[in-house]
Ligand binder design. Structure first.
Ligand code: DX5
Ligand code: ZN
Length: 216
């Protein structure tokens, strides 16, 4: 099953709760929340309080993408705020296996995100512990960037790794997903599609989500 996860990074923050309700009504499957600390990435967004507020607006799975240094220090706060899925960046963590266990201890789904320059084979010895892998198809930090084309090859390599190990790990793609790119991304084997600007900068969320889903 394929899922669409609108990233609220491109939403109107002055009415975040309503924006979340609107994309839910328009066919969103998950809600993607981008946490940025101004250190790991050159941008700052929000923390657990906004996750808690978002939880009040929807029953959909809250997919929390931590683009922060030292995520171990904050994981419990995000879980208490209502995160259903949490991904941490491979590049931001020293003891990855420990961090994954920390997320899973409370029955939250665990993911690892990889920057465009990070190869997928570094996941070899943790893949079986992961519910999902986030392949970044832009350099993290901002919405509205262009999809990096060689990501397609990377998705295929990861898909093969997952199949060879007989695992059910899902592949999430994040960055530059739109009506022009989604078909190729889908054919490469992606399960979860994050889309920020393509949805929130459009005039009609339902029409856009339907178009995206018709192309995968
Ligand atoms: C980028 C974020 C993305 C971002 C995607 O660092 O992780 O989730 O919102 O935005 P678009 O879909 O506009 O590329
Ligand atoms: Zn993200």
């Amino acid at each position: 099953m394929k899922l669409i996860a609108p990233s609220v990074l491109s939403a109107d923050f002055s009415k975040l709760g309503q924006e979340i309700k609107n994309v839910e009504k328009a066919g969103a499957d998950w809600i993607h929340l981008d946490i940025m600390d101004g250190h790991f990435v050159p941008n700052i967004t929000f923390g657990p309080e906004i996750v808690k507020t978002s939880k009040k607006s929807t029953d959909l799975c809250l997919d929390v993408h931590l683009m922060i240094e030292n995520p171990d220090q904050y994981i419990n706060q995000f879980i208490d705020a209502g995160a259903d899925c949490i991904s941490v960046h491979f590049e931001a963590v020293t003891h990855l296996s420990r961090t994954i266990q920390l997320i899973k201890q409370k029955d939250v789904k665990a993911g690892v995100a990889l920057n465009p320059a990070t190869p997928v084979n570094i996941l070899e010895w943790v893949l079986e512990d992961l519910d999902f892998v986030v392949i970044m198809s832009v350099n993290p930090g901002f919405g509205g960037q262009s999809f990096i084309p060689n990501t397609i090859e990377k998705i295929k390599t990861l898909k093969t790794m997952i199949a060879q190990k007989n695992l059910k790990t899902l592949i999430e793609i994040d960055g530059g997903v739109n009506e022009k790119t989604i078909q190729k991304i889908s054919e490469a084997g992606v399960d979860i599609f994050v889309a920020g600007s393509a949805i929130f900068k459009s005039n009609n969320y339902k029409e856009t989500i339907t178009k995206l889903k018709n192309k995968w």
